[in-house]
Design a protein around this ligand. Sequence first.
Ligand code: PGA
Length: 259
Amino acid sequence: MKKFLMGTNWKMNKTLAEGLDYTTGLTTIIAPYSQFEFFIIPPYTHLWKIKEAITAQKSPLKLGAQNMHQQDSGQFTGEISPVMLAEIGIDIIELGHSERRQYFNETDQTVNLKTLAALKHGFTPLICIGEQLVDKDYHVSKEMLAKQLKIALNDVLADDIGNFWIAYEPVWAIGVNGIPAETPYVEEIHNFLRSILIDRYGARGADVPLLFGGSVNINNARDYALLKNVDGLFIGRSAWEPDLFKAIIVAVGDLSNKV
Ligand code: PGA
């Protein structure tokens, strides 16, 4: 059975010292849970030191960056390239998070370019898609999500299956003002996303990990995790303390009977 994925994006939170404490604490907590694959996505400035800590502690934690430019180098002030992230030994590149789309002009097209660059450099792109509340209210969530997913995966080949992950994060469910999504809604959307992947890639589309995120917490984590087409949970603020993350891991519990 594929490992169920669980990870957290710290966004613009934690000092380096706090991040190192978190990494050590979480490494201890996850030791008995080898049925899961865990990942953390700290701010850029922390990545070198956290990678060193992960290596020194022989931690199974996978390490991600919150964004990446698609070019190897160039006149792009303030950006970080795949070559730089490869030097650190980063595993995952988070792309297209709704906050990047909303505040930093990330588009479906740039997410596609970054996805292709990430794959070329041997990273696992974690591609985030999600509809706005207005899309849901006007019953065009699926159209919006299909567009985001298809553009993000333009020119991504079946050979790359397993090397990229998709996170469905409804924008209206994210953050302190987010409203947690109802489980049947998540089920419907994840089934829909799976059908697009199967249309696109044939049976191998079933092997693309589909994570769910947006106000995942101790109360809803297991319900989401039990859904057939939910292969992982992508958690924000409810996992920003190791003990809180542990409570979610415990709440998710045993998934060995999941079909
Ligand atoms: P949240 O964040 O769990 O705090 O809603 C999720 C995300 O932005 O990925």
